[in-house]
Design a protein around this ligand. Structure first.
Ligand code: NAD
Length: 481
């Protein structure tokens, strides 16, 4: 079958023998499109194209790179409503969230267009007489990118934009489940004037296209976002390859939100409900562990339940929907499995957790909130990646901090408090890459570093000016005058 949405290899849209159907999770009768399923041969051709394009692109001027990135940004922003609709249709986050994510992709390209004009190095006096030292940054080479389904346009954008700004060539394999947004993004960037072969898109299965990308000897670096088990395989393959590949991993989370007795109850409830359940809880930064001090616990639970009663779960594209469907059947099965696990462990389901019927067949799940859980239970320790959160009751701030840090993850964390002392202490002592005070654990700026610690991340940060640590390599040159 020759799918209408093809792979981009060496600047040409290339068909494939097989295709996959991109299904709308709000309405499984709605096929978003047929997308090419790449093969190992397609991947090899894409890497060869990137290799051929690298000498010229790596020496392109900052102005050339700026113009491509700026033009791409302009088109993404001018089409944000259409791109946001496509994203919501294929992934299931609400239209407002989809448009917000498309806007973010445009902003990221504008930011990195600016970075093209700020590429620089250092000149340093040598400790030896007559010698000059220059420290410069050069592109890493060919960067392979493997992305997850939950941010179908923002994550490809925050990897591709800095890679191009620093003069690298790219082969990207987006998530199999949601190739539409990545396809649209790559089409925009290619038409923005990128030379052929600098950016290549090979859609398809992780075990086929992803694996071949990891094993290819001409790929210098891999930027991966996805689950911990896949991340481990990616890192192992990068180290096993000869030469070894530079690698960056952004993975899962079990992000804690602490609510202290002195919190503003209204703020805490908004922060918790938004952080735990919006975007269907399918955010790596979702607040899936709510750690609540005993004095506010009962009022907080009651207010969360009241707030959850007002939340509308429905078709992602319908106006008035607050939470869209779960992305597919297998994620829904996982969510339901964890709801059962939490019940079996002795958690008390105080809201939701049941399947919902809507006008169209889709994966609709009422957000689930558990109380009476401990931090030792599986529901507190394992990433569910759905609209499921549990509350752990604690006696004081010290216990809250200890429990917040008692996890193998370390992506994002948050605290709701009116105490400057506790907010300051938490910011310093939380073992997470991103810490929020009176704000949801999910929802970050696009111009500053993003990433975590412990089991959530490996390698340099993504986004903002810090992205150069991954997308460039440092050279130190000495000259005797
Ligand atoms: P996943 O690990 O199943 O897949 C991620 C990507 O890896 C996909 O493109 C997939 O096709 C590919 N892949 C799978 N097996 C592969 C293999 N053997 N070799 C090479 N590539 C392979 O993750 P997912 O279900 O798409 O995404 C959800 C996960 O992503 C969650 O754990 C979530 O927390 C995480 N995530 C993390 C961040 C972050 O920045 N920390 C952001 C978004 C999502």
């Amino acid at each position: 079958m020759n799918a209408p949405f093809k792979n981009l290899i060496a600047g040409e849209w290339a068909g494939a023998a097989n295709a996959s159907r991109n299904i709308n999770p709000s309405n499984t009768n709605d096929v978003v499109g047929e997308y090419a399923q790449g093969t190992v041969e397609d991947l090899n051709n894409a890497v060869a194209a990137a290799k051929a394009a690298f000498p010229a692109w790596s020496r392109s001027t900052p102005q050339e790179r700026y113009e491509v990135l700026k033009k791409a940004s302009d088109e993404i922003l001018s089409r944000k409503d259409e791109l946001g609709r496509l994203l919501s249709r294929e992934e299931g986050k609400t239209l407002a969230e989809g448009i917000g994510e498309a806007t973010r992709a445009g902003q990221i390209f504008a930011f990195f267009a600016g970075e093209c004009l700020r590429l620089g190095g250092e000149m340093v006096p040598s400790v030896r007489p007559g010698v000059g030292v220059e420290i410069t940054r050069e592109p890493v080479g060919i960067v392979g990118m493997i992305t997850p389904w939950n941010f179908p346009i923002a994550i490809p954008a925050w990897k591709i934009a800095p890679a191009l700004a620093w003069g690298n060539c790219v082969v990207i394999k987006p998530a199999d489940l949601v190739p539409g947004s990545a396809w649209a993004l790559v089409d925009i960037i290619q038409r923005a004037g990128l030379p052929k072969g600098v950016l290549n898109l090979v859609m398809g299965r992780g075990s086929v296209v992803g694996q071949a990308l990891l094993e290819h000897k001409d790929v210098h670096a891999i930027s991966f976002t996805g689950s911990v088990p896949t991340g481990r395989k990616v890192a192992a393959a990068c180290i096993a390859s000869n030469p070894m590949k530079k690698v960056q991993l952004e993975m899962g989370g079990k992000n804690p939100l602490v609510v202290l007795d002195d919190a503003d109850l209204k703020v805490a409830v908004e922060v918790a409900v938004n952080g735990a359940f919006f975007s269907t809880g399918q955010r790596c930064t979702a607040s899936s562990r709510l750690i609540v001090q005993a004095g506010i616990h009962d009022r907080f639970v009651e207010a969360c339940i009241e707030r959850l009663k007002t939340v509308v779960v429905d078709d992602a594209l319908k106006s008035g929907t607050h939470i869209g469907p779960v992305v597919d059947q297998s994620q829904l099965d996982q969510d339901l499995k964890y709801i059962q696990i939490a019940k079996d462990e002795g958690g008390k389901l105080v809201f939701g957790g049941e399947l919902l019927k809507r006008e169209t067949p889709g994966f609709y799940l009422q957000p689930a909130l558990f109380t009476e859980t401990t931090n030792a239970m599986r529901i507190s320790r394992e990433e569910v990646f759905g609209p499921v959160a549990n509350i752990v009751r604690v006696k004081d701030y010290d216990e809250a901090l200890a429990i917040a840090n008692d996890t193998e993850f370390g992506l994002s964390s948050g605290i709701c408090t009116t105490s400057l002392k506790h907010a300051t202490h938490f910011k310093r002592n939380s073992e997470a890459g991103m810490v929020m005070v009176n704000l949801p654990t999910a929802g970050v700026d696009y111009h500053v570093p993003f990433g975590g610690r412990k089991g959530s991340s490996y390698g340099p940060r993504e986004q903002g000016a810090y992205a150069k640590e991954f997308y460039s390599t440092v050279k130190t040159a000495y000259t005797l005058a």
